[in-house]
Write a protein that binds this ligand. Structure first.
Ligand code: SF4
Ligand code: SF4
Length: 480
């Protein structure tokens, strides 16, 4: 019998490799209700966010909603992506409808073919980042709670209507961010034996398994990935439904060499939509950091005078569209064209761009890490007084009547800039490493790599400049 209690007629159960073979945690992850348990735990956190967001104090540093969503969550996500993988999507409470669908046995239509790409994800991620800046979401517990409600409604509707997981794969901006971020992660879903997969008839890892009663026994991969052919963490939610569904216990969650998939030729398809989503991820890392420095206000005012735009919302939209759509497109095409000309290749510009785009990920990830890490380092402990405040408001006294408002940072403030500089330098080194490997695979001359190297250097210098500017302390109790 296999570990899930199903008979295995082809092979004796094989040993798992990687995390799934670890005692305790491996067993928990393979447990058929493992994901549901993690989702229910996060659902409790979400209920706290909703309750306190709607009814609690409307001051960011004093409310658990703004603290959890904009400080702790983003800090933990970045650290999880860097050291493990896509742990948020693994336990995402917004994907609960899919877990419940097994009970309801719902099989809806497939997601429309013309939307089976990353254009929608590109648009939604752009809008999400823009709304964050325009509405100062980090400062409003009430708006933060509404964002969570909106997320639930959208995720629930799409997962309920369609047979696969279109919300996770084609829409969710957090998912898009996590998929790209997880390409630097040290773990990846794969299989222990390709031979077992070759002889497997049901391919339950992707097809799922039905009970005789017509209900799902185990779900297959919601984002329709096939573990034996996986070369990337893109679109993988780390849900491990594939591991639970495989009758031969053949799926593993294994470690891989540093920046492995970014260095592999053709690990990603050469598509405009995917490549431009990666460019958005990278440019938004800079524009998002820019949005919390003083020059953003001067730029909005300057734009208002130049193009006579009175509305701050419109001025900000123009700035964000310029920085995240127009500029990346023009720079990306120019760099690709120059590199292709130097290499004397006749390939389409799309191929040249897509081939080198993985080199942007380490520096883009580093900028996000330095940015979110800054907020996390300066405000991680402010959740403690916010929780104390919540309990005091509800008549429960923990450690006395006064919250410890001075709790906030977890590292000395004098360490912040050196740490940010170190992260950016490491990110640049990672990007340079990936670029050099791509060049080696492609047999490119140094002159063809030069335009990309200048671009990476430019991104690193801009990032270093931004982090030397004074930054807003968003949502922390630091000012108390
Ligand atoms: S991973 Fe998929 S294809 Fe391979 S043995 Fe398991 S169910 Fe079959
Ligand atoms: S391959 Fe699919 S089923 Fe397996 S962990 Fe990734 S998203 Fe989940």
């Amino acid at each position: 019998m296999g570990i899930l209690g199903k008979s295995n007629t082809l092979y004796e159960p094989i040993h798992h490799s990687g995390v799934l073979s670890w005692p305790g945690i491996g067993r928990f992850l393979r447990w058929r209700h493992g994901r549901l348990a993690g989702q229910l735990l996060l659902l409790l956190v979400v209920l706290l966010i909703l309750y306190d967001g709607f009814t609690g104090p409307q001051i960011a540093s004093e409310n658990t909603a703004t603290n959890i969503v904009w400080l702790q969550f983003r800090g933990f996500v970045m650290l999880a992506l860097l050291f493990a993988g896509n742990l948020f999507c693994m336990n995402c409470p917004f994907a609960l409808p899919r877990s419940l669908a097994r009970r309801w046995s719902i099989i809806g239509p497939r997601w429309p073919r013309f939307l089976r790409n990353k254009w929608l994800a590109f648009g939604v991620l752009f809008i999400y980042l823009y709304l964050y800046e325009w509405l100062d979401l980090w400062a409003s517990p009430w708006l933060t709670a509404w964002i969570v409600v909106f997320y639930f409604l959208l995720a629930f509707s799409l997962e309920f209507i369609f047979s696969e997981s279109p919300f996770c794969k084609y829409v969710c901006p957090l998912g898009s961010f996590n998929y790209i971020g997880s390409t630097v992660s040290p773990l990846q879903v794969s299989v222990a034996s390709q031979n077992v997969c070759r002889e497997c008839v049901g391919k339950e890892c992707v097809n799922g398994e039905w009970k005789e009663s017509g209900k799902w026994q185990m779900l297959g991969c919601g984002t329709e990935l096939f573990p034996p052919q996986l070369s990337s963490n893109l679109d993988c939610t780390f849900c491990l439904d594939c591991a639970r569904a495989c009758p031969y216990d053949n799926v593993s969650l294994a470690s891989r060499p540093i920046l492995h998939e970014l260095r592999q030729p053709k690990a990603w398809p050469y598509r405009w939509d995917l490549s431009l989503l990666i460019w958005l991820f990278t440019s938004a890392a800079l524009s998002n950091a820019f949005g919390m420095t003083p020059p953003i206000y001067a730029t909005v005012a300057w734009l208002g005078q130049i193009v006579r735009v009175d509305s701050e919302a419109l001025a900000l939209l123009l700035i964000f569209a310029f920085l995240n759509i127009f500029l990346p497109l023009v720079v990306g095409l120019a760099v690709s064209w120059t590199s292709r000309t130097m290499a004397k290749k006749k390939e389409p510009l799309r191929v040249s761009l897509s081939k080198h785009t993985p080199a942007l990920v380490p520096i883009g990830f580093a900028v996000w890490l330095a940015h979110y890490g800054f907020h996390f380092a300066t405000g991680a402990l402010s959740i403690i007084p916010a929780l104390q405040n919540f309990f005091i408001d509800h008549g429960i006294l923990l450690f006395g009547r006064a919250p410890f408002w001075t709790l906030s940072n977890i590292v000395p403030f004098s360490w912040l800039l050196p740490l940010q500089v170190l992260i950016i330098v490491l990110g640049f080194a990672g990007s340079y490493f990936v670029l050099a490997e791509i060049g080696r695979h492609e047999g490119e001359p140094l002159s063809a790599q030069l335009p990309w190297l200048i671009l990476l250097l430019g991104l690193a210098v801009i990032a270093l400049y931004l982090f030397t500017l004074p930054m807003e302390m968003r949502g922390t109790g630091f000012m108390h």
